[in-house]
Design a protein around this ligand. Sequence first.
Ligand SMILES: *Cc1c(COP(=O)(O)O)cnc(C)c1O
Length: 364
Amino acid sequence: MGGQEQEFVNLAFDTNWIAPLGPNVNGFENDISQYANVGHSAALSSGTAAIHLALIILGVRRGDDVLVSTFTFSGSVNPILYMDALPVMVESEPTTWNIDPQALREAIEDRKRLTGKVPKALILVHLYGMPAMLDELLAICKEYGIMVIEDAAEAMGSSYDGKKLGSFGDFGIFSFNGNKIITTSGGGALVSNNKKWIEKSRFLATQARDKAVHYQHSELGYNYRMSNIVAGIGRGQMLVLDQWVEKRRQVNQFYRELLKLYEGIEFLTEPNDKYYSNHWLTAITLDPKQHASEDLRLHLLKDNIEARPLWKPMHLQPIFAKYPYYGNGWSEEMFAKGLCLPSGSNMTEENYDRIQRAIESFFS
Ligand SMILES: *Cc1c(COP(=O)(O)O)cnc(C)c1O
């Protein structure tokens, strides 16, 4: 927490505004729209809910193909199955670790050949805060008429070509889950420049209640709205978001300095100055001929320092294994040799020292 969250939560209590909606929800939505420079936003219960509503509003139907990165968290893919649609998983490229434009084109062409149709939408993930190759990917989607949902759950505060991530797609989504760069304990947002779509998402997220004095419903609704209490935390977090991005970038710099002494280590790195990552998590790979990433993880754990494997690719997950996948298995290799290092926005000098000592002792 940054310090001012409690004030916004108290505001809700002081005005007895504990109902789901209220001034904190409106305030938080305005903050998000302004920050990401998008026209409209809806505060929701999670990032996963935001993707689900985006798919509904874009008119995805049972059996439709929806493209998505394989190298991501399951929250990117689950909503495709909520729609009874078909996840088409696409491999990443080694520069940004995000969806590979060439593999994307192959997937689209192959699906077109097999089904006679072009996939309906792409869920475009920016992994660990790193912007995907947006110029190339958006051009392909435009060429085929594919709608884009930008999954910026891990990338709030990152930008590409000076423009905040989340603002490039037909929709963007953010997550405020406990592990994300800012958090409301749990929550998410859907953003778009299309006012009608965001209004529709608020309608669907509050049980699709028709305009009537009584409770009347003609469409399937969901209970996906963020509450006024939780949104108070969000307003406070928005005040520190840029600071948190700065801190995460410092953490990344710390590891670069520390690890440059050792061979076989590579970082997820901004390829040029068009790319600006929030470095939500600092992610590295170790050359397996020199060190096993699992050995480093276990060595750190002995000191009660938690590092984690990279996301296990979706096409390797039992639940998604039966769906189409396009790629050369690159992310499987990454999963075998990669690690996310401790990257909190609240790392102290003592934390840095302890991590440094543990890493040095591993390599010696
Ligand atoms: C966290 C995350 C989500 C889901 O967000 P929740 O708020 O946890 O539902 C989706 N996609 C990615 C890439 C994520 O990291």
